[in-house]
Design a binder for this molecule. Structure first.
Ligand code: BG6
Length: 464
């Protein structure tokens, strides 16, 4: 970080700068490897002011505070507004900031040193459907340009996601067989053991399709399926990922399974069902689980099923993308005719224990030729001697400061992702499932999700 910068937190609570710093310290201690000497410098740059986002007067005070600190500390005229607020405020706040002269169109930026830039950071959800996403965008671009808007999808800041790009495009080994000739199926699992905590009101409106599928799961899918971008930069990568979305065939209702958790036990602890959570209707039909079968209609991916699944209160936290290769056609070991040997899988694991795993067929030690699947593991912890890579937000916020939008969702991507999700949500609204809750908390989801793969002779990965 440069010497001259300041972070001003603004919210409704009556805190002093000291109280804000104390709270920030608690979080930094909790989430990072705490270093008191670094903290000492950082702490002096943190400030707080009470304010109501709806009040023009309070935003005016914010402007005065910014100007005061800027001349006191000698900060260049660069501003980032990170709206960590309910999404319903994004439009209004942007307009308020414009009215006070804090936010406006600034020149194309790209380096920290350039002066006078303004950047706006917002976090998903970006709209609740395509139409509302477009409306939000229209409001934002009345004030700023697309190159000033940083839409955070924190999955893109995860190490393994970026490593997928490096793995695919910096190595010659797998890319030549990264297509329907060699790949049988791809599975993306984002299973969580947590419930909805205190977010009942938000979750009732949002549900799993909007909370997880429209953004995180489709981003993972795009990274695993994209054509090689010409460069690692914002335009090239995002041009390719949006093409993946455009090539997705809308799933039929037989290709979508939704679920909701009932009471059960997670990690040996009894937990309530979704309908008994705070702020949730007793007869809620909100889905907390979804499994989808998608196809990407391009020459590379023709006919390869992509299975996505995600849910709350599942057996355990597991986030991974696995690419299943077809069995070899070489007749020597009869692998093709023995299903238990169809185990050539490359797994990108995001949680727990980030890494890349390769499962392949090996000979068991012994006098006979006896084949068995084995797994070779590259784990961050072992390879780089770090407990776990820095959290996704750390990189993304640094990228905002650098003006690098590579790992941020672009407007056309957001709109296209809603084009896939909207018809599914609409279908479920018109014909809601009658069997909810249909999975026990602490399980791997509803039976119908198993059936989705079983009817095609496949099964979900069950990692050990
Ligand atoms: C958020 C969702 O975007 O991602 C949450 O709103 C979800 O519902 C979270 O729990 C998962 O993130 P991570 O990094 O823990 O996998």
């Amino acid at each position: 970080m440069p010497d001259s910068f300041a972070v001003i937190g603004m919210a409704r609570s009556e805190w002093s700068d000291e109280e804000f710093r104390r709270r920030m310290r608690e979080h930094v201690e909790h989430y990072c490897d705490f270093d008191a000497s670094i903290w000492g410098n950082l702490e002096e740059k943190l400030f707080y002011m009470r304010g109501d986002f709806g009040s023009t007067e309070d935003i005016e005070h914010l402007r005065e505070r910014i100007e005061g600190l800027r001349s006191e500390i000698g900060i260049p005229d660069n501003l980032i507004f990170h709206l960590a607020t309910p999404p319903s405020l994004f439009g209004t706040l942007t307009e308020q900031l414009e009215r006070t002269g804090l936010l406006n169109r600034s020149a194309e930026t790209g380096d920290m040193g350039k002066l006078g830039w303004r950047r706006l950071v917002i976090e998903k959800p970006f709209g609740a459907d395509r139409a509302s996403a477009q409306r939000l965008h229209q409001r934002l671009v009345k004030v700023v340009d697309e190159h000033q808007i940083f839409r955070i999808d924190h999955f893109l800041g995860k190490e393994t996601v970026q490593n997928m790009l490096v793995f695919r495009f910096a190595n010659p080994s797998f890319e030549p067989i990264w297509n329907h000739h060699y790949i049988d199926q791809i599975q993306i699992t984002v299973a969580e053991d947590i419930g909805i905590n205190t977010r009942g009101t938000f979750y009732e409106k949002t549900g799993v399709l909007r909370d997880m599928v429209q953004n995180h799961l489709l981003q993972l899918l795009c990274i695993v399926a994209a054509e090689p971008p010409v460069a690692y930069d914002a335009r090239s990568l995002r041009d390719e990922t949006v093409k993946v979305l455009r090539a997705i065939r809308a799933p039929s209702s037989a290709e979508v399974v939704v679920g909701q958790y009932g009471p059960g036990a997670v990690d040996g602890r009894n937990v309530v069902g979704y309908r008994a959570e705070d702020q949730v209707a007793e007869d809620s039909r909100t889905a907390t689980f979804a499994a989808l079968r998608l196809e990407i209609q391009t020459g590379r991916w023709a006919g390869v099923p992509i299975y996505l699944r995600t849910g709350k209160r599942m057996a355990r936290k597991l986030t991974e993308i696995s690419v299943h290769f077809k069995p070899t056609a070489t007749p020597m070991f009869s692998v093709a005719s023995n299903r238990s040997l169809h185990k050539n899988v490359l797994t990108f694991r995001l949680a727990p224990h980030e890494g890349i795993l390769h499962t392949f067929i090996a000979k068991q030690p012994g006098s006979e030729i006896c084949l068995t699947p084995v797994t070779s593991r590259f784990l961050y912890a072992d390879a780089f001697g770090i407990k776990s890579p820095p959290r996704a937000y750390a990189w993304l916020i640094l990228d905002v400061m650098k003006g690098d939008q590579t790992l941020f969702a672009r407007e056309d991507w957001v709109e296209q992702s809603w084009t896939i999700v909207d018809p599914i949500v609409e279908r479920l609204r018109a014909d809601p499932p009658h069997d909810l809750p249909n999975y026990v908390a602490g399980s791997w989801g509803p039976e119908a999700a198993e059936a989705l793969l079983e009817r095609e002779g496949r099964g979900w990965d069950c990692p050990d």
